[in-house]
Ligand binder design. Structure first.
Ligand code: FES
Length: 72
């Protein structure tokens, strides 16, 4: 599994066995993969991203810097 933070966008979780469950342990239906989870708080399909981050102008915190100082 790989978890990627898109620049000014969702958290994308890539993996065939990824499940998203609520606080009761009930699984959400996964409509498409990879799974994109809302990071901006504006999605109308939370916990999934619906693309609204683009229209609300979501700006994510700066990217982390690699430990060796190289550019990713
Ligand atoms: S990150 Fe896409 S709608 Fe929130």
């Amino acid at each position: 599994m790989i978890i990627r933070l898109r620049k000014n966008g969702p958290i994308v979780v890539d993996g065939d066995d990824v499940q998203v469950v609520d606080w009761n342990g009930s699984a959400y239906r996964i409509a498409r993969r990879p799974v994109a989870l809302c990071r901006c708080g504006a999605s109308s399909t939370k916990p999934f991203c619906d693309g609204t981050h683009r229209t609300v102008g979501f700006v994510a915190p700066p990217a982390t810097e690699p430990p060796d100082g190289s550019t990713p």
